[in-house]
Every structure is written in C-alpha cells, then in structure tokens.
Design a protein around this ligand. Structure first.
Ligand SMILES: [Zn+2]
Ligand SMILES: [Zn+2]
Length: 207
C-alpha cells in the first residue's frame, strides 16, 4: 500500500483549501482506519473553513459525511472486520462513562467528538475514526448515496422519527434542499407533498 495519501485541509481560520500529501495514518486502540470511498459536502464544513468553531485546532481536514470501508484496525477493536463497509457522520464518538452516556444519550456526551472538527475527517483518501463513530452500511448502497446519510440523512430521519407520521400518511417537506432532498429516499410513506418547487430538485422528488 502507498504510505502517502492526498487530503484537502484548511490550515487557518479563513484559509483556502489546500490539497496536500501526508502520511497515511495508523489507527490507535479503539480506532479503525477508513478507506474513504465518498464524502458529502455539508454547510457545517464552513465552520472549519471560516474558523467558527471555538478551540478548533488547525490544520484540519473537514468532512463528516463519509462512506468507505475499514482498511486497518487498532487494538481492542472486536465488533468490526477489515473490509467492512462503514459510514462516519457528525457524531465522532462518545465516552460511555459520563452521565449522559450512562443514560444512553450518546449525542449529548460531554466528551463527545465531532468528525472533521475534533479530528480529521473524510476529505482525504484515508481517515482514522473511533469505533463509537462507526455505522455499518449495506453493500448494495453506493458510497455516494451512503455518505450524505451520515449527516443530512440522520438529521431528516430524526425529524421524521419524531414527527409522529406513520406509513401511508401525507407529509410535507418544506424545501427540498441539502437536507430536504435526503427525505426523498428515506420516506417510504406512500405520498409526498412537496412544497418547494425548484425544478432541479423537484425532479428528484418525483423519482
Ligand atoms: Zn453536516
Ligand atoms: Zn460520555
């Protein structure tokens, strides 16, 4: 395997994108190395670009809509296998020991990490991820479809999950934009009322 990889990084707040070459990183204990197959672009990447996240350390490789497969595993990784397809989203891992974690509310972990902000993300050929950040993705789902599910997809699925809507009910999606268009493949409800009619996006909603 090539020991070098390409990545796109931001080296200072307000800095330009830099296409750089760096060593392929090795996973530590409880971590895996992901061979990135696709990474979605999220508006939240601008937090890195513009320096809007307090305490963010530079240089930083953004990207938290990652789809790929496990390329190498560190020590103490037992529930995953090399070659397994995985996704990595905004949630970059949790501690399992704080009060929120012990309640099962991992998203509110006081020690939680954010992918592409607290550690380098998917705008590179490889990235390191803690196992607590991994989601298994099915083999038949193309990487370019799976990646955006890791952030935009989770966001809209959570809204749908908490909406009270059930199969067969009519739902309205106000704005088929970066988040709204992720509803379209998620919704298995029989009817979708689209309230935003930008032509390029409405064609996606019809399919
Ligand atoms: Zn995002
Ligand atoms: Zn925790």
């Amino acid at each position: 395997m090539n020991s070098k990889m390409k990545a796109a990084q931001i080296s200072k707040p307000g800095g330009d994108w830099e296409l750089i070459e760096r060593d392929v990183p090795d996973p530590g204990a409880g971590q895996v190395r992901v061979k990135v197959e696709a990474c979605g672009i999220c508006h939240s990447d601008s937090l890195v670009k513009e320096g809007l996240w307090p305490g963010l350390k530079y240089p930083r490789v953004p990207g938290h809509e990652v789809a790929g497969h496990i390329d190498a595993m560190g020590e103490n990784v037992t529930a995953w296998t090399k070659g397994q397809r995985v996704g990595v989203g905004w949630h970059g891992g949790h501690c399992f020991v704080c009060e929120q974690c012990r309640r099962g509310d991992f998203a509110m972990c006081i020690n939680r990490k954010v992918t592409g902000i607290d550690f380098d993300g998917g705008y590179g050929e490889y990235m390191i991820a803690p196992v607590t950040a991994l989601a298994a993705i099915p083999d038949e789902l193309p990487a370019e479809e799976a990646g955006p599910f890791m952030c935009a997809g989770v966001t809209v699925f959570n809204a749908l999950r908490n909406s009270g809507a059930r199969a067969g009910e009519l739902v309205a999606v106000h704005g088929i934009g970066g988040l709204g268009h992720r509803w379209v493949p998620i919704i298995t409800l029989t009817r979708l009322l689209q309230t935003s009619c930008q032509s390029c996006k409405s064609s996606a909603a019809r399919t």
